[in-house]
Design a protein around this ligand. Structure first.
Ligand SMILES: *Cc1c(COP(=O)(O)O)cnc(C)c1O
Length: 295
């Protein structure tokens, strides 16, 4: 598939900026933020990275794309915009029925002529099942089916490119973990002296590690996931986190939201205060974008 028309509009490599909040322990490390939130105003951060090679490898003969997500999905938002820009049909299978109260994300999909199918939780739970996929494929002849979050092995290569863009000037890359494909793509491209630190954004000790490991081409050891900062579960934004994001956004040079980046910076501040990093450690925090979801 020819995705050049999209690529010409992207800010890549994404900028990397020094980050110097007045947080306890920050003076002992070197901190930067990889601004994947700036790749494109609509196609948010890691979702472009994950889609890039999946789309590139798709034959130009495909009739359209089917994918899955929640009512605020950054993945469906990015995919819907890409399909609209390239003139490709798109069917979004969305968990829950938003007919009466479409989210801002869904309203965007409608504007972009994305066909929307609302499914109940039980049906949505089958999104990885082979027989469900076979049925979807029969219902959508010639369509490409992309899993939730765009997370599959073909997503790793695009994510790995962000590590290459860092030119080895980093010891530790910090990133949020949900489906694990972003984390896996980072890990696959690390030098042996480097490590990746994932922040689990949902309750998934053991589960998130297995998602990442399953996507990796071979076992790696220089990574771990911290599970202390999911703040109650996926998309759970307790008051302390909402307050943290609001005060962060009031003074910092970029914005965060509560589902992904807010939890990463919340974790970072606490881990710095606790002295979890080496003196002089060069830490790069990946800003994965996703601010549309907070609308
Ligand atoms: C989807 C998403 C993530 C999670 O990435 P995974 O590859 O699913 O682990 C992180 N941040 C943002 C902004 C996202 O939209």
């Amino acid at each position: 598939m020819n995705i050049e028309k999209i690529e010409n509009t992207l800010q890549l490599p994404s900028p990397i900026i020094p980050f110097t909040p007045d947080w306890e322990g920050v003076e002992r490390v070197s901190l930067s933020v990889k601004r994947d939130d700036l790749i494109h105003p609509v196609i948010s951060g890691n979702k472009w990275r994950k889609l890039k090679h999946t789309l590139r490898q798709a034959p130009s003969s495909i009739q359209g794309i089917v994918s899955f997500g929640g009512g605020y999905s950054n993945h469906l938002h990015a995919l819907g915009f890409v399909c609209h820009s390239l003139g490709i049909a798109c069917n979004a299978i969305i968990r829950g029925d938003y007919t009466q109260h479409p989210s801002p994300m869904i309203l965007d999909l409608m504007r972009w002529n994305v066909q929307i199918t609302y499914v109940d939780r039980k049906t949505y739970a089958r999104r990885h099942d082979e027989d469900y996929w076979n049925r979807l494929q029969l219902e959508h002849p010639g369509y490409l089916i992309i899993p939730e979050g765009g997370s599959q092995v073909s997503a790793l290569r695009g994510v790995a490119e962000l590590v290459t863009e860092l030119n080895d000037d980093v010891d530790t890359i910090v990133a949020p973990v949900a489906s694990g494909a972003t984390m896996a793509g980072i890990i696959a491209q690390l030098q042996p002296s480097q490590r990746a630190l994932g922040i689990g954004v949902l309750k998934g000790e053991g589960y998130l590690e297995s998602l990442v490991s399953t996507l990796l081409p071979s076992p790696f050891t220089n990574w771990s996931i911290n599970h202390n900062y999911h703040c109650g579960g996926y998309a759970k934004i307790p008051h302390y986190l909402a307050d943290f994001c609001a005060s962060f956004n009031a003074v910092m040079p970029f914005s965060i939201e509560g589902v992904y980046s807010g939890k990463v910076f919340w974790a970072l501040r606490d881990m710095l205060a606790q002295g979890c990093f080496e003196d002089g450690e060069r830490i790069v925090v990946l800003h994965t974008g996703g601010l549309q979801g907070a609308r």
